[in-house]
Design a protein around this ligand. Structure first.
Ligand code: AMP
Length: 190
């Protein structure tokens, strides 16, 4: 059983790559952003809460996010491994994930970062915003806020996973197929 954290800044291509990797390695793809958006669309209480943060480009509070993620994992007992996309995004989330997986006799196998320059990513998100319909992709100020959130709260996770000997990084600039291959090279050697 392998559990992979796909790591990277907004727009780095985590979701796109997850679509390819989940089939190739038979993993359950869990994107917290997608789950929040599903809840917003269906007007659940969770969605209403998450929306107030997401629309501003702020992170949704840890307790809410951790609880949601844990119930998604629990809802997939037959899974042969998870591909976490957009989670964890804070040290508290990473610690909670470690403890939660340990309670199930599992662990994170590796964290793989998709690396790319901020300016390229901002342009990519603004471009995506023209078709994604996502309010957080359409306004440069909100996008910049997402990067601030990343730099303050998420970037420290690199060291967290480095200390566990689980951090890997690949160049996130290139064709989709090239990047899938770079990620696969890391996974195949785990
Ligand atoms: P994403 O689709 O991964 O870019 O996430 C979109 C938005 O959902 C983020 O800007 C946050 O507001 C929220 N979100 C997604 N995942 C998390 C997380 N792990 N912790 C807190 N907020 C999250």
């Amino acid at each position: 059983m392998i559990n992979i954290v796909l790591f990277g800044k907004p727009g780095a291509g985590k979701g796109t790559q997850a679509e390819f990797l989940k089939g190739k390695y038979n993993l359950t793809h869990l994107s917290t952003g997608d789950i929040f958006r599903y809840n917003i669309k269906n007007e659940t209480a969770l969605g209403q809460l998450a929306k107030t943060y997401m629309d501003q480009g702020d992170l949704v509070p840890d307790e809410v996010t951790i609880q949601m993620l844990q119930s998604e994992v629990d809802n997939n007992p037959q899974s042969s491994g998870f591909l976490f996309d957009g989670f964890p995004r804070t040290i508290a989330q990473a610690q909670a994930l470690d403890a939660f997986l340990e309670s199930k006799g599992q662990k994170i196998t590796a964290t793989i970062a998709l690396e790319a320059d901020d300016e390229i990513l901002v342009q990519r998100l603004l471009e995506r915003g023209k078709t994604s319909g996502r309010p957080d992709d359409q306004d440069e100020e909100k996008i910049r806020n997402r990067y601030d959130e990343y730099n303050q709260k998420t970037a420290p996770l690199m060291q967290f996973y480095q200390e566990q000997g689980k951090f890997h990084a690949v160049d996130g600039i290139g064709s989709i197929a090239e990047i899938t291959e770079r990620l696969s090279n890391v996974i195949d050697r785990l």
